[in-house]
Ligand binder design. Structure first.
Ligand code: SF4
Length: 342
């Protein structure tokens, strides 16, 4: 039986149409499952009993099981979600006033090997399926029925553009008004800058963030080996050429690593590199982990770095990482795989 969460609405219409049933049944199913959160076919009362029975044999609406839900001091929750093959995927729920963001994973492990990231140390295990991506949102939504997930960021385990087909299909389900009904502005894809894939994403698909972390190629290649394939100049040219309305800006993420990329000289190089580029800069003080050698700069260093960029008129935000105490912050996911408990 195939997971219901693997089907975009047009795919579901095709499957149901091929059985000789009216296509609008697909829209009815979408409304029940995604809009109303009803997962049991017998409860879908505007569909005939016999058809409900047929759908019950065709589609599984089972969700990933919540293996752990560890609450951080800052209120964020790191979820360990068990997939059918026993792998555990981590997703992090981050409440912030009216805004509740869910950070989802797109792969188990990752082949990008960024030096400052625990997931990168695991190596690549496999891509998540469409249903495993959508299932993270559905499972957390069900676990926290009183909270509305307002934003989704693909900043968990994996490089989303390296699993592009499944991520695009999941986005289709997430943005469909009968599906999870997110605006494209409320969903962010974060990438190391796989330009060939990024070129397939226009501004109405999702917001984009690119992990930059250094303004010179030597340093970036040391931190992010993928820079050999997609060097800084290509990334900046991609951002310059990105077609979007005036209000849309691509975000550059810059993880600040003590003594590596946090000097005034680094800030100056970054300002020179991005001069005239329509963008935002998120500064992320490194989240320390026993599996990486990097340390977090002092708050004064971070503020000085930001002040320099502000002076140069860049929109620069210090991103306070959430869930550090439960290893749920940026770059910390997947530690269990390294500890051998997964
Ligand atoms: Fe992969 Fe992202 Fe970690 Fe780099 S930072 S290794 S792309 S998960």
């Amino acid at each position: 039986m195939q997971s219901f969460y693997d089907f975009t609405l047009p795919d579901l219409e095709k499957v149901i149409g091929a059985l000789g049933n009216e296509k609008f049944r697909a829209r009815q199913l979408y409304k029940w499952v995604y809009n109303k959160g009803v997962l049991d076919f017998p409860e879908m009362t505007n569909i005939s009993k016999s058809l409900r029975a047929v759908f019950g044999t065709m589609f599984s609406t089972a969700l990933p099981a919540v293996k752990d839900a560890v609450v951080s001091d800052d209120g964020s929750i790191k979820f360990g979600l068990s997939m059918e093959d026993g792998n555990v995927v981590e997703s992090v729920f981050m409440p912030d006033g009216e805004r509740n963001t869910l950070c989802v994973s797109s792969q188990i492990g990752c082949r990008m090997g960024c030096r400052f990231c625990v997931t990168g140390k695991i190596g690549f295990k496999r891509n998540l399926t469409v249903s495993e991506i959508v299932g993270q949102i559905m499972a957390v939504r069900r676990y926290l029925p009183e909270k509305r997930i307002s934003n989704v960021v693909f900043m968990g385990m994996g490089e989303p553009i390296d699993n592009l087909d499944n991520v695009l299909a999941a986005l289709d389900i997430m943005k469909n008004s009968l599906g999870l009904d997110f605006s494209h502005r409320k969903v962010t894809l974060s990438s190391v800058g796989l330009i060939d894939g990024l070129n397939m994403i226009h501004s109405k698909v999702a917001s984009l963030a690119i992990s930059l972390n250094a303004a010179d190629d030597k340093k970036r290649t040391y931190l992010m080996p993928i820079n050999r394939l997609y060097p800084i100049r290509d990334i900046v040219n991609f951002v310059k050429g990105f077609k979007a309305s005036r209000r849309v800006r691509i975000t550059f993420e810059y993880v600040l690593l003590k003594g590596v990329n946090d000097s005034m000289e680094d800030a100056k190089q970054l300002a020179e590199l991005l001069a005239g580029v329509k963008c935002k800069i998120n500064l992320i003080p490194c989240n320390e982990s026993p599996y990486t050698e990097f340390k977090s700069p002092s708050p004064e260093t971070v503020e000085r770095f930001q002040a320099y960029l502000h002076d140069k008129r860049f929109i620069t935000i210090i991103r306070d990482s959430r869930g550090k105490d439960v290893s749920g912050a940026c770059g910390q996911l997947g530690m269990k795989y390294l500890e051998g408990s997964q």
